[in-house]
Design a protein around this ligand. Structure first.
Ligand SMILES: [Zn+2]
Length: 260
């Protein structure tokens, strides 16, 4: 600004230059705000760019970054070496923003779509018609991030819903250090496999049971069996055959072992 008060023969040129510079600056900021849609902060980390607005969200971003090497270590053994080349954008949304999000407003904690991961950062509350409120359990954006990141890494594998969700839950919880987590398979394997049930049954039970079956597969046939399943899966419509080839025993026997 000191330049503006300086009198010289080239003063007008300097002034013009500064004004031009300022206009470009304002336009750049406007464009930045437009593309970042209401986010005041961003942070780059490897191929990931996080967009967020407050300190609570910033702490989630820092925790996600601090767990990445642990995730890679665990994920490499289970899903094989999957290097992420794409630039991934991660949007952290508070309740106000989540309300305007067509997917989050349905009450989910996060989702992955076309190289974008969206995470809910605040506790979800629905107000009833008489002012009564339904509270959902607090979101865990760090866990949700690693769940959705697993979906990103396995997006081309054509995995069925139960396997994909179970694997995402398994890797996310393992990354957060919950290695001895006991998940009960409260839903029969045959029901989990049927996609129709994912529309009608309780989602928490479905996710928990799917994670439990992934756990069982790993306990019985090792982490490499998951890797083989992921390698065999793309382009195959019959997942029972994928399981048979990867595990090496008939499907009915696999179901028997998983149902114990
Ligand atoms: Zn998922």
């Amino acid at each position: 600004m000191s330049l503006l008060t300086k009198r010289s023969s080239t003063g007008d040129i300097v002034k013009g230059g500064i004004i031009g510079f300022m206009i470009v600056g304002v336009l750049a900021v406007a464009a930045h705000l437009y593309t970042n849609y209401g986010y005041s902060k961003s942070a780059r980390f490897n191929n990931l760019t996080f967009y967020y607005s407050d300190e609570v969200q910033e702490n989630y971003v820092k925790t996600i970054q601090s767990k990445m090497s642990e995730y890679i270590l665990i994920a490499e053994k289970v899903i094989g070496e999957k290097i992420a080349f794409d630039r991934i954008r991660i949007n952290l949304k508070n309740n106000k923003m989540a309300q305007k999000d067509t997917v989050l407003s349905k009450g989910v904690y996060g989702y992955y779509s076309n190289n974008i991961i969206v995470l809910r950062s605040e506790r979800y509350v629905i107000e009833g018609p008489r002012g009564d409120a339904v509270f959902y359990s607090p979101p865990d954006p760090v866990k949700t991030f690693y769940h959705e990141y697993t979906h990103y890494l396995t997006k081309d594998s054509g995995l069925p819903r139960w396997f994909s969700e179970g694997l995402a839950e398994y890797l996310a919880y393992k990354t957060l250090g919950q290695k001895d987590r006991k998940v009960l398979s409260t839903i029969k394997f045959n029901l989990i496999v049927d996609e129709k049930n994912w529309e009608t049954q309780d989602k928490n039970l479905l996710y928990g049971a799917s994670e439990a079956y992934i756990n069982k597969i790993i306990t019985q046939w090792g982490e490499e069996s998951i890797q083989r399943i992921i390698t065999e899966s793309p382009g195959t419509t019959d997942f029972t055959m994928v399981l048979e080839r990867a595990i090496g025993i008939p499907y009915l026997e696999i179901v028997n072992v998983l149902s114990k």
